[in-house]
Ligand binder design. Structure first.
Ligand SMILES: C[S@@+](CC[C@H](N)C(=O)[O-])C[C@H]1O[C@@H](n2cnc3c(N)ncnc32)[C@H](O)[C@@H]1O
Length: 211
């Protein structure tokens, strides 16, 4: 999987990248009630401008991405200085209040993610094959404290099998996250010209004693 994504970045096959922040982030984030200055985890972040939007909304951002190409392209969008260091097998680049951790999301541990207060997933869950999605949902739950709020944008389509983007039906999103999160569906967007239909979800990490 790592090689596949590295090849996509090296060859510029990044049709998922948007030239502006995602409309659902702009529309829904302000109403989620995420505390000011809460650090936002952005798994499988690519070089998304959503991280700049979150940082401008005064959230520290922790993005995790395995392709160094994505991280270098993100940093090059700004002339702000970058500091770099290594921690726990990750190469970390910091620019302003954005930290980019280069490495495998599944190797990020709670000790390193201790200050996370919220999360944002656009095209992360749906970048993973079915067998890995359960692991992803569980790992996200391990990294987020009770009460942490997040936005998730999933995709479904009628196309035959292959991905990414993988088609993740509503029932699967609910089955994956409901054991550890309160899950509400905020919006289903009309299918685009490729037949891809996005669904926007609000997730809240449940506490240990919460039903
Ligand atoms: C579909 S892209 C989405 C990127 C970004 N969220 C966006 O909206 O533009 C998925 C990204 O996840 C990265 N990726 C895939 N598996 C990963 C993993 N296990 N750990 C960290 N990054 C991963 C890929 O390199 C790719 O940049």
């Amino acid at each position: 999987m790592t090689d596949l994504w590295r090849a996509r970045w090296q060859e510029g096959r990044i049709g998922f990248h948007l030239p502006q922040p995602h409309p659902a982030l702009i529309h829904y984030w302000p109403s989620l009630g995420v505390p000011d200055h809460a650090k936002v985890l952005v798994p499988l972040c690519g070089k998304t401008l959503d991280m700049r939007w979150l940082a401008e909304a005064r959230h520290p951002v922790l993005g995790v991405e395995l392709a160094p190409e994505a991280i270098e392209q993100f940093l090059a969008q700004s002339s702000a200085p970058v500091s770099r260091y290594q921690q726990a097998g990750f190469s970390i680049s910091r620019q302003g209040n954005i930290e980019l951790w280069c490495g495998d999301f599944f190797h990020l541990h709670i000790q390193q993610a201790s200050e996370i207060g919220a999360f944002y997933d656009r095209a992360a869950l749906i970048a993973l094959p079915e067998a890995t999605r359960q692991r992803y949902a569980f790992h996200l739950a391990q990294l987020t404290p009770p009460g942490a709020k997040g936005l998730l944008v999933s995709v479904s389509h009628q196309g035959e099998g292959g991905g990414p983007p993988y088609s993740v039906p509503h029932q699967e999103v609910e089955a994956l996250f409901m054991p550890n999160f309160r899950v509400s569906r905020l919006e289903e967007v009309e299918p685009d010209e490729r037949g891809l239909s996005e669904t926007v979800w609000h997730l809240v990490r449940r506490g240990p004693l919460e039903p």
